[in-house]
Design a protein around this ligand. Structure first.
Ligand code: GLU
Length: 472
């Protein structure tokens, strides 16, 4: 077996959306699994709609997701000469021909088909004419001589054997009269020249798979393995829209998801390995087989993604999660403010607090929110609930607690806990009656990691000053 070569072939007309990211992921997983290569081809033949900004966004999205490709990205547009050469070669071989039908004639054909209730189909009027009949000076488009009888079969690794009656596939254009290739033709020439062995893409390209097979056959080239993967639908089963999550990968970064969690989630959208839900990238690479891709449409579910992200965060090493958070801050809505206040002391507190913080947060946004108390400037701004907790009674209680804390020399979660427990007992108070106001004073919030851990990560001086600020 030759080494596997897959490719991701996005059209640079917008950001890298979630469906494209999953296609790229499947290609990447398969190439990694087989020790092969994944190539990146930018399908920029449509000059009107392709932009540099979109290419940059796609590359940025893939990079963030950790999906690597071999060699430089290939521009399809840059290969137009080669596409033209192959089209002309097909004409020489008698497998394609110049068609000089005028726009008016083509419109007439379409009208006729409509009237007869048939799909619009080129009627082959130039198929068997002698080139000498070409109208003088006319350029002509090149059409493939598609078989008219029998079937074209796509042997698809996901969809099975899909048969297309040849009478439904007309002599489609491979080179326009302006000398530019059609998408259908460029893809075949590029995949062949790039040595692509496996085409993994959305099943909206399945019919294209049949048309492309006709070009491969005409050239006598081997048809790569095809795997058309089902599209992603919304949680309600409808076609994926923005509301369902049809967003750019950059939006997922801004929502605070980890690349590893998104990879895991996207892989599970349409592929499974037994009952495994939580998978590391190494697991997925080890297990990924095209045969395990499901045939039915996958449903995108934000809640599942969030739950997976929470698990990946919890399982990450503290230092690695710390690094992931720091690099994500520029993209998070609440990140800039947090980053601005993050001095060295706050960084040390953040790292120490990580075990408690990661237990509660489902996204990096939530992690940033719950870590905000670590970087907050004194005196703390209290949120509404914290302000309500810190009523006159609570403040008075803290005034009595403060001297007990001041006596503690060896500051830790355990020593401060002992102080609070004794204080609560002596004063006939439930532990929560002490802990809640204390938390509000220390964090400005009503929820946080365990209050003794908070005391510990803030340290003695900062803790005492924050309490003083509130009882002043
Ligand atoms: N450029 C096509 C797209 O973005 C993909 C073509 C292919 O994978 O063959 O839908």
């Amino acid at each position: 077996m030759p080494p596997v070569v897959t490719r991701f072939a996005p059209s640079p007309t917008g950001f890298l959306h979630i469906g494209g990211a999953r296609t790229a992921l499947f290609n990447w997983l398969y190439s990694e699994h087989t020790g092969g290569k994944m190539l990146l081809r930018i399908e920029d033949t449509d000059r009107e709609r392709s932009t540099e900004a979109a290419t940059a966004a796609i590359i940025d999205g893939l990079t963030w997701l950790g999906l690597t490709w071999d060699g430089e990205p290939i521009s399809q547009y840059a290969r137009a000469t080669r596409h033209r050469e192959v089209a002309e070669e097909l004409v020489r071989m008698g497998k394609a021909y110049y068609c000089y039908a005028t726009p008016a004639e083509l419109e007439e054909m379409r009208e006729k088909a409509r009237a007869e209730g048939r799909p619009p189909r080129y009627d082959g009027r130039w198929r068997d004419r002698d080139p000498s009949e070409a109208p003088a000076g006319a350029k002509g488009a090149i059409r493939i001589k598609a078989p008219t009888e029998g079937e074209t079969i796509v042997h698809d690794r996901v969809q099975g054997e899909v048969r297309f009656p040849n009478k439904d596939l007309d002599d489609f254009i491979i080179l326009r009269s302006d000398g530019n290739p059609t998408y259908m033709h460029a893809v075949v020439v590029d995949d062949h020249d790039m040595g692509v062995t496996h085409i993994i893409r959305g099943d909206d390209h399945l019919t294209n798979g049949a048309r492309q097979t006709i070009i491969y056959d005409a050239m006598g080239w081997p048809v790569p393995v095809m795997a058309h993967i089902p599209l992603i639908h919304g949680a309600d089963g409808a076609k994926l829209s923005k509301r369902h999550g049809a967003l750019g990968v950059d939006a997922y970064r801004a929502m605070g998801y980890l690349p590893a969690a998104l990879r895991n989630y996207l892989a599970r959208l349409g592929w499974s390995h037994g009952d495994d839900e939580i998978m590391s990238t190494e697991d997925m690479v080890r297990w990924f087989e095209i045969e395990d891709v499901n045939k039915g449409a996958a449903r995108f579910d934000f809640q599942k993604l969030e739950a997976l992200n929470a698990t990946h965060m919890r399982r990450m090493e503290d230092a690695a999660l710390f690094d992931a958070l720091i690099t994500s801050l520029p993209y998070l809505p609440n990140g800039a403010d947090f980053a601005a206040k993050l001095d060295e002391a706050a960084k040390a507190r953040l790292l120490r607090a990580m075990p408690g913080l990661k237990e509660r947060a489902r996204t990096l946004i939530e992690l940033t929110d719950s870590a905000a108390f670590l970087v907050a400037e004194r005196p703390l701004q209290l949120d509404e609930k914290a302000a309500a907790i810190l009523d006159e009674d609570s403040r008075s209680m803290l005034r009595h607690l403060l001297p007990e804390f001041q006596k503690v020399g060896d500051w830790s979660a355990a020593s401060t806990e002992a102080v609070v427990r004794t204080f609560a007992e002596t004063n006939g108070l439930k532990l929560g009656k002490v802990a809640q106001p204390l938390r509000a004073a220390l964090t400005g919030k009503s929820t946080s990691p365990g209050v003794f851990d908070v005391l510990d990560v803030l340290g003695r001086d900062e803790s005492l000053m924050r309490i003083e600020d509130q009882i002043g």
